[in-house]
Design a protein around this ligand. Structure first.
Ligand SMILES: N[C@@H](CCC(=O)N[C@@H](CS)C(=O)NCC(=O)O)C(=O)O
Length: 162
């Protein structure tokens, strides 16, 4: 039985919950992450020194970083992640892009406008954050609007996701 540490309001936890449900895997979830339960405790940091959610626990095996968890779960079940090398690379391309390119820009605007975090009140930085995030979303929108599959260019039939 898996244990997933993380609050359901976290986008990175939601990615993992989505995969667990897609894969019909049984799991328990424990609420961690602010404002519910502060992960900056010695107990939590012994599991993930970054004090961030999600963390997946399977017996003595502890895994953090949402994309690593997704890849692990997919690999363990032999589903969701394409086996063909180019298809797999394209899937990993979007996974990496989400974490490294799409995710970081919205931080300032979300803290300012949604979380109302003190200190996030610079209008120019809010505008910059929104513009940068919008530009990244346009890349995704354009890709989806073309109706192309993730594995565009591989000249392969669509993989069947069971
Ligand atoms: N790169 C990490 C990022 C994890 C992350 O940023 N988690 C946030 C929630 S989305 C977090 O733990 N924030 C601190 C908190 O919730 O207390 C991953 O993909 O797992």
């Amino acid at each position: 039985m898996f244990k997933l540490l993380g609050r359901t309001t976290s986008i990175n936890v939601r990615k993992v919950l989505w995969a667990l449900d897609e894969l019909n895997m049984a799991y328990e979830r424990e609420d961690w992450g602010l404002p519910i339960r502060d992960p900056k405790t010695p107990e939590f940091k012994a599991l993930n020194p970054n004090a961030q959610v999600p963390v997946l626990i399977e017996g003595k095996f502890v895994l953090w970083e949402s994309n690593a968890i997704l890849i692990y779960l997919a690999g363990r079940e032999g589903r969701l992640l394409p086996g063909q090398l180019q298809q797999r690379a394209l899937a990993l391309q979007w996974l990496g892009w989400q974490a490294a390119e799409l995710n970081p820009p919205w931080g300032y605007a979300v803290n300012a406008l949604i979380r109302k975090t003190p200190g996030y009140d610079d209008a120019a930085k809010i505008a910059e954050s929104m513009a940068k995030w919008g530009a990244k979303m346009e890349i995704l929108e354009a890709h989806l609007a073309r109706g192309e599959a993730l594995w565009r260019g591989t000249s392969l039939p669509l993989p069947i996701f069971r």
